[in-house]
Design a protein around this ligand. Structure first.
Ligand code: HEC
Ligand code: HEC
Length: 203
């Protein structure tokens, strides 16, 4: 015998289906995501070596990063797409409402991070693995692949982007936790290259 489903149960079931499939995205939000994807790539997996992938970041880390840009605690590269006016993450972050930032954090943290395949110097990478374990794994767990709270994903991120971040951190254009700055300051250029090759090798 077929059981009749009451009106309220039907609404409940419809609601549960929406939750399972993810609520439908408004047109405005889809446009906003497209604006990000123009630089950060489809689903936040970047195809541009100086633009970071932002898929799979932690929700908290994403919110924190946008705050850091808004407050100019991190001065972003002035990146220009061909034919577009120069746009900078600091201005972009300030142009968004808190609700937009939260929705974007939910959206991109739910996408899959795809490690970039890059050329690796195996000797440098194995030296980088040791440096990482001794000095960085504490915060950048799982060989830098795990998006812990406010720390970004390092493993499989674009090397040219990460190299720029080391420069920015050392020149003070980007503020990082003191425990990290102290360690990064002690690295010489060959240590940094070793770490970069290590992060490019993890995927
Ligand atoms: C014009 C290109 C461009 C657009 C459009 C753009 N970004 Fe960015 N984004 C960048 C660049 C370049 C960086 C690296 C900044 C730096 O030098 O530190 C960046 C960095 C970021 C980071 C930090 C990632 C990390 O590893 O620390 C986040 C998060 C981010 N963008 C989110 C967004 C979101 C969300 C949008 C859409 C609202 C967006 N971006 C639109 C170019 C862009
Ligand atoms: C005390 C914890 C801590 C330690 C130790 C630490 N980091 Fe970090 N790291 C962070 C946090 C938190 C961030 C994000 C900072 C921000 O922008 O708010 C970060 C960001 C980074 C970034 C920028 C990533 C991106 O996508 O923009 C790089 C590169 C990095 N760390 C490398 C290292 C290396 C290499 C070491 C070891 C020598 C190290 N870190 C040690 C906490 C740490």
């Amino acid at each position: 015998m077929r059981r009749k489903i009451g009106f309220h149960s039907r609404i409940l079931i419809f609601g549960l289906m929406l939750m399972a499939s993810g609520a439908p995205l408004s047109e405005d939000f889809v446009d906003l995501v497209k604006r990000c994807e123009a630089c950060h790539g489809e689903d936040g997996n970047s195809r541009l070596p100086v633009v970071p992938s932002i898929a799979g970041f932690s929700y908290e880390g994403f919110l924190n990063t946008m705050d850091v840009f808004r407050e100019n605690e991190r001065i972003a590269l002035e990146f220009q797409r061909p034919g577009e006016p120069e746009t900078m993450m600091n201005d972009i972050a300030r142009s968004l409402s808190d609700a937009d930032v939260e929705a974007l954090a939910r959206y991109f943290s739910a996408r899959n991070f795809q490690p970039v395949r890059q050329a690796v110097d195996a000797e440098l990478a194995s030296r980088g693995a040791i440096l990482h374990k001794q000095q960085c794994e504490r915060c950048h767990t799982d060989n830098g692949a795990h998006p812990v709270e406010d720390a970004a994903i390092l493993a499989g991120q674009w090397t040219p982007y990460l190299r720029l971040q080391f420069e920015n951190i050392l020149s003070g254009k980007r503020i990082v936790p003191r425990g990290m700055l102290r360690r990064v300051k002690k690295l010489d250029q060959s240590d940094i290259e070793a770490l970069l090759n290590f992060y490019a090798s993890v995927n």
